[in-house]
Unconditional design. Structure first.
Length: 315
């Protein structure tokens, strides 16, 4: 088979019931664009029957390539595995739960061939719950502030990417991974267009509040040093206020002959400054921890098995 024209990369986790429909709709959508395509389904070690479904689909259609990871590494690591195995001139990245509509690939592709390396979707009417929409809005507000960028909060991973854009993203092997942010960082000619977003057909999102919080924290601290600068500025501000208070108390004592009462204010100030110091140490500790994780140079993922003939299954 010649080099595929389009690769569709799909991280899979707890969606066995949607996979047959996902395959059918991708096939029916991409075939009119170019019959030479591949669908790479990466099983992020789902505890359900996802892998059995993937194997069945790959047996029926050799354009379906299944990759099963050795354990659950996370969505963005699964995307990385799919990108590493992809061969297409254009690569589509989408979710497996059918909230990303396969039919929108045509719109993304037509925009890309106008001369864009990256075309990503903007969810015009997001069909998520209140909590997920709120957490996404808060994340992008915080991210834009702490990285001095302006990113539309409706942006999603669903998009199409040229081979040179994908090769550039593949060079980024750090362990704090966010595919969408990598795509922003590499640059190239980029467009953002509105796409339809559907309600989730089966199951529920595996992202709990705790996972979302730590993902946001990791992403922000990995792409910005502004939190450190904010704490430095806070320390300088507190020192300035303390100096002003010290001068005020000296004036009270020597010129106004007033006794400076202060056990309550002293204790409050002590606890306040202690909290600030501990927080600063914690933020620095997170940065140091990230350095520690990177210098170990462990593989981003480990592949258990694949449904196609591939000699090199470990990256």
């Amino acid at each position: 088979m010649d080099r595929p024209h389009i690769s569709v990369v799909v991280p899979v986790y707890k969606c066995p019931n949607t996979l047959p429909e996902l395959y059918r709709r991708i096939r029916d959508t991409v075939t009119p664009l170019n019959e030479n395509f591949e669908i790479i389904l990466v099983d992020d070690r789902s505890p359900l029957e996802d892998w059995e479904v993937i194997r069945g689909l790959s047996e029926k259609d050799r354009r379906v390539k299944g990759v099963r990871l050795s354990r659950n590494f996370g969505q963005h690591f699964a995307i990385t595995a799919g990108l590493d195995f992809s061969k297409g001139e254009w690569v589509v990245v989408m979710d497996c739960d059918l909230q990303d509509q396969p039919e929108e690939i045509i719109k993304l592709y037509n925009k890309a061939i106008e001369g864009y390396d990256i075309v990503v979707g903007l969810r015009a009417k997001r069909k998520d719950g209140f909590f997920k929409k709120l957490s996404s809005w808060l994340f992008w507000r915080a991210y834009n502030f702490l990285t001095d960028t302006t990113i539309d909060g409706r942006i999603c991973n669903f998009g199409i990417y040229s081979r040179r854009a994908i090769e550039s993203i593949k060079m980024m092997r750090e362990h704090t991974r966010s595919f969408g942010l990598f795509a922003l960082w590499v640059g190239f000619n980029r467009a953002e267009i509105e796409v339809r977003h559907a309600e989730r057909k089966a199951g529920k999102s595996s992202y709990s509040f705790k996972k979302l919080f730590y993902l946001a924290l990791d992403s922000i601290l990995s792409y910005s040093q502004k939190p450190l600068m904010l704490f430095i500025n806070l320390g300088i501000f507190i020192s300035f206020i303390s100096l002003c208070l010290a001068l005020f108390f000296l004036i009270e004592h020597f010129y106004l002959s007033r006794t400076v009462a202060g056990w309550t204010s002293l204790i409050v100030s002590l606890y306040f400054l202690s909290g600030i110091i501990i927080t600063c140490i914690g933020v620095v500790g997170i940065y140091v921890g990230k350095i520690y994780n990177e210098v170990k140079q462990r593989p981003l993922y480990i592949v258990d098995t694949v449904t196609f003939n591939e000699t090199e299954i470990m990256r």
